[in-house]
Design a protein around this ligand. Structure first.
Ligand code: SAH
Length: 349
């Protein structure tokens, strides 16, 4: 039997091509994609298509779905964490964040993660498999469907690839996803409203700078020297800090886009005056931004963010040294939806 094509991963022009090959008018692509954006789970629901056409589509395409297992809403800030099951029974988590400027979704790109960062919960259960582009998109589809029940005007404004997984370790599917999220027939999210975060896979960062996608690149830095970074993030042993910084500068020159560095502040580990000097050495004098994030506790480590005053002093010292540093607000901490708290295991209370 010929395997059916997975519909949700197809770009609009690819869908049109397949429709054409099957003798179906190209304009049907727009209708089908608009149903997908609205959350249709089967061709049967696409009621402006004739029954014979729906049956024909069903014979050509596979339409994968995800089920929402649960959603948790933060009592502090309204952040919603979703747990979904994939067609093969695996789990994936996604987060919806509400800001003054609109809604932002934080999506997972892999089931589990193999990067092994010490402070991060997402890697503790190891790596299971890649998500397809369609499965990354499905997280947006499901969240939109859920929210539109109460608010028909609900729209996702920003996408951040900062959930479970290392996006650049699933390179082709993630690039495809970016194009899907951007497609006007689907969500039409501008590339400038999409952020991709990586722990620093150098060959893929090099490739990304050639794609001409004006997204925001975030780099998980977390340490100001290579020895400390290797201790916290095993990837640094393969792609050391100096080489990473070199490729980051190159990225900025090639794309003209500012890189955003993430720095989880861990009391007594990476927040001393010595670290300030090192950070100024790394980041001073070129176009970038440093996001300080109070480290979020996970059950496997005793890393603590320390007190707020101390973090503010750390930020001030960096700013005095010419670094464009700000402290990022933590959202969803009471439902384990904050940075580094998502995980692959099922988390039912
Ligand atoms: N694998 C990618 C995407 C994950 S994004 C990456 O490493 O960038 C999640 C962000 O949260 C990353 O910057 C990650 O380093 C950070 N993070 C992980 N655990 C954290 C924790 N316990 N507290 C604060 N930030 C954390």
């Amino acid at each position: 039997m010929i395997e059916k094509t997975e519909l949700r991963s197809l770009l609009p022009h690819e869908l049109k091509e397949i429709l054409k090959e099957n003798g179906i008018e190209a304009y049907r692509a727009g209708q089908i994609l608009s149903w997908l954006e609205k959350g249709a789970a089967s061709f049967q629901e696409m009621t402006n298509l004739s029954k014979p056409l729906r049956e024909k589509l069903d014979s050509i395409f596979r339409l994968d779905n995800m089920a929402e297992v649960e959603s948790l809403v933060s009592k502090i800030d309204g952040t919603t964490k979703y747990l979904f099951t994939l067609p093969d029974g695996e789990y994936v988590e996604s987060v919806l964040l509400s800001y003054k400027h609109g809604y932002s979704v934080c999506l997972s790109t892999q089931v589990g993660c193999k990067m092994g960062c010490r402070f991060c919960a997402s890697t503790k259960a190891g790596f299971c498999r890649q998500l397809s582009a369609g499965e990354i998109l499905l997280q947006m589809v499901e969240i939109t469907r859920d929210k539109r029940r109460l608010d028909p005007e609900f729209r996702i404004g920003h996408v951040v690839l900062m959930g479970i997984g290392e996006p650049l370790d699933n390179y082709d599917n993630v690039i495809r996803f970016l194009k899907l999220a951007n497609a006007k027939e689907l969500f039409g999210i501008g590339y400038r409203n999409i952020s991709l975060s990586t722990c620093g896979l150098i060959p893929q960062i090099r490739k990304l700078m050639q794609e001409e996608l004006p997204i925001t690149l975030s780099i998980s830095l977390h340490a100001s020297n290579s020895a400390l970074r290797s201790d916290l993030m095993p990837i640094n042993r393969r792609y050391p800090l100096w080489e990473l910084m070199e490729v980051c500068r190159e990225y900025t020159l090639v794309t003209g886009r500012r890189i955003s560095f993430e720095y989880a502040v861990i009391a007594g580990v990476n927040d001393t005056s010595e670290r300030v000097k090192e950070l100024i050495g790394l980041l001073g004098g070129w176009m970038n931004h440093l996001n300080l994030i109070p480290v979020n506790p996970t059950k496997e480590t005793d890393f603590q963010p320390g007190d707020r005053k101390k973090m503010e002093a750390f930020a001030k010292e960096l700013q005095k040294g010419g670094i464009n540093a700000t402290i990022r607000r933590t959202l969803g901490a009471d439902i384990e939806a904050a940075c580094g708290q998502l995980r692959r295991e099922k988390q039912l209370q």
